[in-house]
Design a protein around this ligand. Structure first.
Ligand SMILES: *Cc1c(COP(=O)(O)O)cnc(C)c1O
Length: 428
């Protein structure tokens, strides 16, 4: 007999976490659309509430459909455990709620999704959590930002919208030296294109709304625990290393070891803050993930052809796509995203702000909207929409200056995608 094979990525994308429903034989994962679950008896109930047994209590804290999604993403990312939540922002929020106390700091890349820039820079002030910005084009800015209050470092693998590829390994070294976890938002790459745990990440978050779901129909978020971080430093991460008042003094890191972070996000963060994923959305996201490898490859292949077309167009000033030979991030893309550089990139129009507005008005097949990671091709002019609330300086630093247009290339026929852009550029 040969050794059992480790299943490949495409197999895990379809099977990980799922099995035929034990009571009905249903092959697709059922939608367990229920708020609560009946206990076997009083002792069973007590052991569930005391975290002595794993099982279902109430859908705010866990649900069997959501659990399949959690196992699937943990398998695809190579983590120890995961937690499904209501949105990407909820995932980020529960991660920081688990890690930070008032007065603490974390370091985040400036080159982030605009919503995360707001969340970290504005909303978190109310919690007394302080973000210190660093620049992925200057790795030493991360090192210089470390202080004795630093509790985490947060980056995106491929930055939204600028498309910059972050040197995860270099920043992981800084995180290790500072004794803090590295959190990677892997939304833009998905685990098919980039595997942050292999490069030193400790925690991964996703907006499953984007490529994981992949069809532009469901909002969801995921947290994946890499199981790599030692939470035992006294007083540094009290949610993990100190006795927990609401669980009879249990110390989560002692009890749950290399998946304690995912447990803490669930039994403290999700339980008390409440952003649960609906079982229906978990089902939609699971269905999407089954075709993730096929879609991501097609997204990336199409995007490269569209980027090449735009680069040669006389009305286009520049194209920032790390998949293009000669791009500033091409070497990093080959290292971190060897199968392709993803669907999303930006380019600059020679005509500036007005040309950007004209282009989004002139497209026919492209949808003008604020999302990425749909099967459909999407277009947006960040300066007039997603990044409107930022100052001009913040816009440019985030890769969203007035001339910038962002595309999320879909999986339609690439000739049709190019033809649509061509006729819209003609009209400018
Ligand atoms: C969309 C997005 C988020 C936020 O996710 P939601 O599901 O919209 O809450 C976070 N990070 C990145 C990179 C995103 O693209």
């Amino acid at each position: 007999m040969s050794e059992p094979r480790e299943p490949g990525f495409s197999t895990l994308a379809i099977h990980a976490g799922a099995q035929p429903d034990p009571s009905t034989g249903a092959r697709a994962t059922p939608i367990y659309q229920t708020t609560s679950f009946v206990f076997d008896d009083v002792d069973h109930a007590a052991s569930l509430f005391g975290l002595q047994a794993f099982g279902n209590i109430y859908t705010r804290i866990g649900n069997p459909t959501c659990a399949v999604l959690e196992e699937r993403i943990a398998a695809l990312e190579g983590g120890t455990a995961a937690l499904a939540v209501a949105s990407g922002h909820a995932a980020e929020h529960l991660v920081f709620h688990t890690l930070l106390s008032p007065g603490d700091e974390f370091i985040a890349a400036r080159q982030l999704y605009g919503g995360s820039v707001n969340q970290f820079g504005e909303a978190y002030k109310k919690f007394g959590w302080n973000v210190v910005w660093a620049d992925i084009d200057d790795i030493s800015s991360f090192e210089n930002a470390v202080s004795d209050k630093t509790k985490a470092i947060f980056i995106e693998s491929i930055a939204n919208p600028g498309g910059a590829i972050t040197d995860i390994e270099a920043i992981s070294k800084i995180a290790k030296k500072a004794g803090v976890p590295l959190i990677v938002d892997n939304t833009m790459a998905s685990p098919y294109l980039c595997q942050p745990f292999k490069h030193g990440a400790d925690i991964i978050v996703h907006s499953a709304t984007k490529f994981l779901g992949g069809h532009g129909n469901s909002i969801g978020g995921l947290i994946v625990d890499g199981g790599t971080f030692d939470w035992s430093a006294p007083g540094k991460y009290p949610s993990l290393s100190e006795p927990c008042a609401s669980y009879q003094g249990m110390v989560l890191y002692e009890t749950f070891g290399n998946f304690a972070f995912a447990i803490a996000c669930r039994v403290l963060g999700l339980r008390d803050l409440g952003p649960a994923l609906s079982p229906f959305n978990a089902f939609m996201l699971l269905t999407g993930i089954e075709t993730l490898p096929l879609r991501m490859q097609r997204h990336s292949d199409n995007a490269l052809k569209v980027a090449e077309y735009l680069k040669a167009h006389p009305k286009v000033d520049y194209v920032n796509y790390s998949g293009l030979e000669g791009d500033k991030y091409n070497e990093a893309a080959k290292k971190y995203c060897p199968k392709g550089a993803g669907a999303v990139f930006t380019f600059g129009l020679k005509g500036g702000y007005d040309a950007g507005v004209a282009l989004v008005s002139g497209v026919e097949m492209f949808s003008h909207l604020a999302n990425i990671g749909d099967t459909r091709s999407l277009i947006i002019h960040p300066a007039s929409t997603t990044h409107r609330q930022l100052t001009d300086e913040q816009k440019t630093k985030a890769g969203a200056g007035p001339e910038v247009v962002r595309l999320s290339i879909g999986i339609e026929e690439v000739a049709d995608i190019i033809a649509d852009l061509d006729q819209a550029l003609e009209k400018i």
